[in-house]
Design a protein around this ligand. Sequence first.
Ligand SMILES: [Mg+2]
Length: 198
Amino acid sequence: MRYYVLDLDGPIYPFLANLGPVASKYTGRPVEEFKPHQETWSGFMDDWGISVEEFLTLFALGVHNENLLWEGDAVTGAVNGWLKLATDPDQPYIHVVTDRNPFAAVNEAHEATNYWIAGQGLYYDAISFRGDKVDAVRENIAAEGLVEADLEIFTIEDKPENITAYQSAGWNSYAFDLPCNRHLNVPRVATLEDFSQV
Ligand SMILES: [Mg+2]
């Protein structure tokens, strides 16, 4: 059985593009100063002139007070790609693994995530809100009574260290192609729709 591991922010939800207006509102600075920056993984914080703590605060404010995670169009090809996986007659397993844990609004972020996915008409078998993604996948496989060696695991991810961790686990690790991960020697896809055809 195929087992797909989907990252949300990047391949499916345009997180930074939607965080930008929130950052502008709560810092009082022009929205033009908060463009998505994807040259390096965390380089947007330097670009935007915010610390990790400020990022997490803006993330939580966006979820708590604004429509961050709750609303917003999916990334191009994401809905079609996900639907192709979900309606595949071979019935692959779909596991969403996302590290959406802004400390001041964790439960709301998880609720918003499920609300948005349902609103897109999408479906999954399991969801994990975890940063340690390989462990999250392995724990879910065990919880489902599945055996890793029997599965063909395919992952899509944009964060370099997660892409590498999936590769090290021996899985079919695909990069969602962004400048921040172009240094990695892995297969890459431009859209989730492309991923659904690998
Ligand atoms: Mg991501």
